[in-house]
Design a protein around this ligand. Structure first.
Ligand code: BG6
Length: 469
C-alpha cells in the first residue's frame, strides 16, 4: 500500500518489553513490512530492556513464537527499531523520545501500557512537545467503569482531538467480525427476518480453554465483565443490532453503532450470573478469597422497535471445554405443525463462528428419506477464509497509521458500553464456583427465558451439528 502525507511518519510504542508488544505488536510490524505497508522508524519505549540489542532479541523471539520469523522482513524491522529507555514519570524520557523522533512530524503513539499510566504518558508527551500532529492508540479495557472512562477521555482530549485518538478493540480487527456487518447489509434475504417477529433469541458465546496463564495480577483488577464483555461482546451485539449506516464515512457507521449501544438497557443484577473456575484462587497474584469472575453470563435487552422482547444472551469464560467465539441467532419455530412437531430447540438458526476458525451456517429442517413426513436437522455451511488474512493487530495498526478510524471505538461508544455494564460491576452478585472444562456454573440457566437453552459451540470439526443443552 502506498504511504500518503496523511500517514504517520514514526511508530512509537510504550510498553515495548510488555506482554502485548511480545504477543501482538512485533508480529504485526513484521507482517506490515512483509506486505510492503510500513516504512518508518519504530521506537520502543520501556524501562526494563538493557538496551537496543536486548529489545531486538526480544522482538526476534516474539516473531519466532507468534507466527514465525520472516528473515527479510525482520531484518528491516531490526534496522528500523530504536529504543528509548526511561521511567514514564520522568520528563527526561520524553525529551529523549523527542530527540529520537528527529524529523518526524506525525508520529503515532501506541500506549500498550496499563490504563493507570495513560495520564502520565499523555502529559509527558505534551510536556516535551511530542503531541503536535500526532495520533494516539490506546488499548482496552478503557478504564474500569463509566466514571474512569470519562476521566480518561478528558485526559486524552487535553492533548489530542477525537480524530487523533484510536481506541483499540481487537475484535473489530477480526475478519469474521467485520463480516457480520457485511453479511447483514449485503444480503437482502436477511432484513425481513432480522427482527422480533422472527428472531427468538440471540446468543454470543466466547469460550476459552485457557485460564489466566500467569496474568493473575492483571486479571484480579479486571475480571471477565471488564476484560471481554464490556468491549468485545458488546461490540459484537452492536454489529448484530445496529441499523444500516447512511453513508460510508467512519462516523456514519459509528453513529449507527452508537444508537445500538444506547438502546442496550443497562444490566441489572437479575440479568447476570458470575462464575469462577475452581483453582483460580491458586494462581499467582490472585487473592485467596478473590471474588473476581472468570466467567459471566448476561441477558441483555435492546430497547428498539426491531428488537423489543428478544433476549440477547452473552456468555464469556475461561477454562471452558473449547476455545470458540460464536453467535447463534435462533429463529422462531413455524407457527403450525404441518408435518412433525418442531420444538423450539429444533428451529432454524444462523450461526456465525467468529473464532478461531470461521464459518457461517444456516440450521434448517429437511425431510428424512422414507415414507413418513418426518424431518431431520441439517446445516448449510460455508467456511470463508484465506491463508493470507491480516491478523487483527496488523489491520488495526495499519488503519491507525493511515488515520482511518472506522474500526476504532469512539468516545461516546466506549462510554455507552460502560454504561451498560456499570450497574453489575463491583461484586453486586455472588460468584459461583465451576469446574474447569465445563460450561460454567449451573446457575447460568436461571437467566434464560421460556424454552431458551444455551447453545454450546463445538470443537473444530465443523461437520458436527450444533448442540443444544
Ligand atoms: C483479550 C482478553 O482482549 O482477548 C483476553 O484480554 C482474551 O483475556 C483475548 O484471552 C481473546 O482474544 P482472541 O482474539 O484470542 O479471541
Amino acid at each position: 500500500m502506498k504511504m500518503t502525507n496523511r500517514d504517520s511518519d514514526a511508530f512509537v510504542f510504550f510498553g515495548a518489553t510488555g506482554d502485548l508488544a511480545y504477543k501482538q505488536i512485533f508480529p504485526a510490524l513484521q507482517a506490515m513490512i512483509r506486505r510492503g505497508n510500513f516504512d518508518m522508524p519504530v521506537i520502543g519505549v520501556a524501562r526494563s530492556a538493557k538496551g537496543l540489542d536486548q529489545l531486538r532479541a526480544r522482538a526476534r523471539e516474539s516473531v519466532e513464537r507468534h507466527g514465525g520469523l520472516d528473515p527479510r522482513a525482520f531484518a528491516v524491522l531490526s534496522t528500523k527499531l530504536q529504543y528509548v529507555n526511561g521511567d514514564y514519570s520522568s520528563q527526561q524520557t520524553f525529551r529523549d523520545l523527542r530527540r529520537a523522533l528527529s524529523e518526524a512530524s506525525r508520529p503515532v503513539f501506541y500506549l500498550a501500557i496499563p490504563p493507570n499510566m495513560f495520564a502520565t504518558v499523555v502529559q509527558g508527551l505534551a510536556g516535551a512537545d511530542c503531541d503536535k500532529g500526532a495520533r494516539v492508540v490506546v488499548e482496552k479495557p478503557f478504564g474500569r467503569d463509566l466514571a474512569s472512562a470519562q476521566e480518561l477521555n478528558r485526559i486524552l482530549h487535553q492533548s489530542f482531538t477525537e480524530s487523533a485518538i484510536f481506541r483499540i478493540d481487537h475484535y473489530l480487527g477480526k475478519e469474521p467480525v467485520q463480516n457480520l456487518l457485511y453479511f447483514r447489509f449485503a444480503n437482502s434475504f436477511l432484513e425481513p427476518i432480522w427482527n422480533s417477529n422472527y428472531v427468538q433469541s440471540v446468543q454470543v458465546t466466547m469460550a476459552e480453554t485457557l485460564g489466566v496463564e500467569g496474568r493473575g495480577v492483571f486479571y484480579e483488577e479486571v475480571g471477565a465483565i471488564r476484560d471481554v464483555v464490556q468491549n468485545h461482546m458488546l461490540e459484537v451485539v452492536a454489529l448484530l443490532t445496529m441499523e444500516a449506516p447512511t453513508g460510508r464515512d467512519p462516523d456514519a457507521f459509528r453513529d449507527e453503532k452508537q444508537r445500538a449501544f444506547r438502546a442496550m438497557r443497562p444490566l441489572t443484577p437479575a440479568d447476570v450470573v458470575r462464575g469462577q473456575f475452581r483453582g483460580y484462587r491458586n494462581e499467582k497474584g490472585v487473592a485467596a478469597d478473590s471474588q473476581v469472575e472468570t466467567f459471566a453470563a448476561v441477558k441483555l435487552h435492546i430497547d428498539t422497535w426491531r428488537w423489543a422482547g428478544v433476549p440477547f444472551y452473552i456468555r464469556a469464560g475461561k477454562r471452558m471445554p473449547v476455545t470458540a467465539t460464536e453467535v447463534l441467532v435462533e429463529l422462531k419455530r413455524p407457527p403450525h405443525a404441518v408435518f412433525d412437531t418442531i420444538a423450539q430447540s429444533q428451529a432454524n438458526y444462523l450461526r456465525f463462528r467468529l473464532s478461531p476458525n470461521v464459518s457461517i451456517a444456516l440450521g434448517a429442517r429437511a425431510k428424512m428419506p422414507g415414507e413418513a413426513m418426518v424431518g431431520e436437522h441439517v446445516e448449510l455451511l460455508v467456511r470463508p477464509g484465506s491463508d493470507d488474512e491480516m491478523l487483527p493487530y496488523e489491520r488495526l495498526l495499519g488503519d491507525a497509521i493511515r488515520g482511518d478510524s472506522l474500526l476504532f471505538v469512539r468516545e461516546d461508544g466506549v462510554e455507552a458500553a460502560w454504561g451498560v455494564v456499570d450497574p453489575i460491576l463491583e461484586d453486586v452478585t455472588p460468584v459461583h464456583e465451576y469446574e474447569p472444562n465445563t460450561w460454567g456454573p449451573a446457575e447460568t440457566r436461571q437467566i434464560m427465558s421460556g424454552d431458551d437453552s444455551w447453545h454450546n459451540p463445538q470443537p473444530i470439526a465443523e461437520k458436527t451439528l450444533a448442540t443444544k443443552e
